[in-house]
Design a protein around this ligand. Structure first.
Ligand code: A3P
Length: 326
């Protein structure tokens, strides 16, 4: 299968090489693919999933723009979906077990589909038992129709206040190998259409509209809402994926145990799991760079009120008439 993937990758490179590009000559080189701008090698992964992904009933895809709480959502969804095998809290420890999230990065528990296909590792997803959890940064319209038109597949999208997303991205990108970007380049990237997945308002609105049209197939979450009311949002996730918490589970405090297990402090706790780098498509990223501050409104420490107001105005225009607000 790896050889077949390599041969396919060759063909996909020709497709990608013909697409319009931005930021040529930089590690962030982007291509315009089906209406959105993505880092070049990610497009190879998207082409691969469009051509080769084989969906299964019960598949759940976690979708996001980078730096909107993907890692947190992965942890919460994984801990919720796997709670029969891995009960969070003292029960597992008493039985002599250890929760996977205590030894693995959430990105190991829920892989990016495009990264798996980019690496020719799709056998890993094929071997995973149902129901499978995976993730993507693809826009809704770039996801294979075999997922978006499939009543057996579900999608959970998470969005975040763009100003905090940008600050988070600046920290993150400057910690990955050979990817440095200035703060002003990152800050301007929404308007310039150089943020991953741009235009970001289309990325958000496509999933938001899908969630309005098909609420049983697309769940739309906000990072700030999860911060404000984690219990309600974890219960929402559980119901949406068809594994609602029973009264007995609620009484036993399992929702709280999941939230504690997936807290920033727990996930970032030192240990082998966050040592070293991981490869995501073509970028080497320190595992610990997924866990920073986890605050709402951290942007105030980085930009002036004028800069914030100007970006807010720009985005308000873009969302005008959609019915969507942050
Ligand atoms: P900050 O850089 O603002 O701290 P993503 O997972 O999409 O890459 O987003 C990373 C952002 O989510 C970072 O934001 C990171 O700190 C925050 N994050 C990661 N794990 C979290 C958790 N368990 N709870 C809350 N926020 C978390």
């Amino acid at each position: 299968p790896r050889q077949a993937a390599a041969a396919a990758a060759e063909e996909y490179r020709d497709i990608v090489a013909a697409l319009p590009s931005k930021l040529p000559g930089t590690p962030q080189r982007m291509r315009l693919y089906q209406g959105s701008w993505f880092r070049e090698d990610w497009v190879l992964g998207f082409v691969a999933i469009q051509r080769r992904f084989a969906p299964r009933d019960g598949d759940v895809v976690l979708a996001s723009l980078p730096k909107c709480g993907t890692t947190w959502l992965k942890a919460l969804a994984f801990a919720t979906a796997a709670r029969a095998a891995y009960p969070p809290g003292p029960a597992l420890a008493t039985a002599g077990g250890e929760h996977p999230l205590l030894r693995l990065n959430p990105h190991d528990c829920v892989p990016f589909m495009e990264a798996v296909y980019f690496a020719g590792d799709e056998a890993r997803l094929a071997a995973a038992p149902s129901p499978r959890l995976m993730s993507t940064h693809a826009s809704f319209s770039v996801l294979p129709a075999s997922i978006t038109d499939n009543p057996g597949c579900k999608i959970v999208y998470i969005c975040r206040q763009p100003k905090d997303m940008l600050v988070s991205y600046w920290h993150f990108i400057n910690r990955s190998k050979s990817n440095a970007m200035s703060f002003s380049d990152v800050w301007d990237s929404i308007r310039e259409g150089t943020y991953f997945g741009s235009p970001i308002w289309e990325h958000i609105l496509e999933y938001w509209r899908a969630s309005q049209a098909m609420p049983d197939r697309v769940l739309f979450l906000k990072y700030e809402d999860i911060q404000r009311d984690p219990v309600k949002n974890v219960e929402k996730i559980a119901e949406f994926i068809g594994q609602p918490f029973s009264d007995a589970e609620k009484e036993a405090g399992i929702v709280g145990s999941i939230i504690d297990l997936c807290s920033l402090q727990m996930l970032k706790a030192s240990g082998a799991k966050n040592a070293g780098f991981r490869r995501v498509v073509n970028v080497e990223v320190p595992n610990e760079s997924y866990f920073r501050k986890g605050a709402v409104g951290d942007w105030v420490n980085y930009v002036t009120p004028e800069m914030a107001e100007s970006l807010d105005k720009f985005l308000t225009e873009k969302f005008r008439g959609s019915g969507f607000t942050f």
